[in-house]
Design a binder for this molecule. Structure first.
Ligand SMILES: Nc1ncnc2c1ncn2[C@@H]1O[C@H](COP(=O)(O)OP(=O)(O)OP(=O)(O)O)[C@@H](O)[C@H]1O
Ligand SMILES: O=C(O)CCCC[C@@H]1SC[C@@H]2NC(=O)N[C@@H]21
Length: 236
């Protein structure tokens, strides 16, 4: 069973869902909330997630952890793969995954995800820029519209994303080659890129992401090294 709840507006779909889980017993396998007017979106590591009203989707789902038989890292990667596939199918355009879980369409970040655990649930927040065309203070951001020229009706987009995630996370079995699937669309894999570490820039080549979530980069000054999120920044 699954439910999808729409809010006209809210501070953060992530916080709404967590409050709901703390107050109710859930009979659903999969519960999601969404809005097109999120006023205080949370990003990773305490960053804020910015949205103009009625232009973008803020969606959060809850899924019982006991129903997922892969590691947290693979679950995180698999969710990114599914949202990637959904947007790529819809737009018929290549969408890349920037490690660990940002989605990139023609070199701009169009989607960010937040993975949290609350009691016995994964609570996953997905922000997708759909119609916004102007990202004044966010030079790396873009939207489905700005990058492809395609406009989607927001409610239909949200409902079909929800059905897609329910189908692949709950109804179908999760494949055992998640890491291989992840590498198929990894942004800048095997290409020379510029990285910034401790305020110093150098070239490097992304080689691999491992099952523990580390990224392996062959850096011109230091050779092959592994990093965890926020230990190194890919400039794009
Ligand atoms: N609607 C939005 N679309 C795209 N990016 C956004 C949006 N709102 C906020 N951001 C930016 O997203 C970033 C948060 O994402 P993240 O923590 O992955 O950082 P990043 O700079 O994209 O990646 P990294 O530092 O790992 O290379 C913040 O810098 C925030 O300013
Ligand atoms: O920093 C990132 O890249 C993650 C951004 C996650 C944003 C989404 S929008 C829906 C959900 N509600 C929030 O407050 N944050 C997430």
């Amino acid at each position: 069973m699954n439910s999808l709840i729409y809010f006209n507006n809210c501070a953060s779909t992530q916080d709404e869902l967590i409050d709901f889980l703390n107050q109710h017993y859930l009979s659903e396998d999969f519960l999601a909330v969404y809005t097109f007017n999120q006023t205080k979106g949370r990003g990773q590591y305490g960053n804020s997630w910015e949205n103009l009203p009625e232009e973008n989707l803020a969606y959060s789902f809850a899924l019982k952890t006991k129903n997922i038989n892969i590691s947290d890292t693979c679950f995180n990667f698999y969710t990114a793969i599914l949202v990637r596939d959904f947007i790529a199918n819809l737009t018929k355009t290549e969408v890349k995954i920037k490690w660990p879980n940002d989605l990139i369409l023609k070199n701009k970040k169009i989607c960010g995800m937040l993975f949290e655990k609350n009691k016995n649930y994964f609570v996953v927040g997905i922000g997708i820029n759909i119609l916004q065309e102007n990202f004044k203070n966010l030079p790396k951001a873009g939207s489905v519209l700005s990058q492809t020229g395609l406009s989607f009706e927001l409610k239909a987009f949200a409902e079909s994303l929800h059905q897609y995630l329910f189908e692949y996370l709950v109804q179908k079995e999760i494949p055992n080659d998640v890491l291989e699937l992840y590498h198929l669309h990894l942004y800048r894999k095997n290409e020379v890129s510029v990285f910034e570490k401790n305020e110093i820039r150098q070239n490097g080549i992304i080689q691999n992401v491992d099952e523990n979530g580390y990224i392996w980069i062959d850096l011109e000054n230091e050779g092959l090294q592994k990093f965890f999120h926020k230990e190194i920044e890919l400039l794009y």
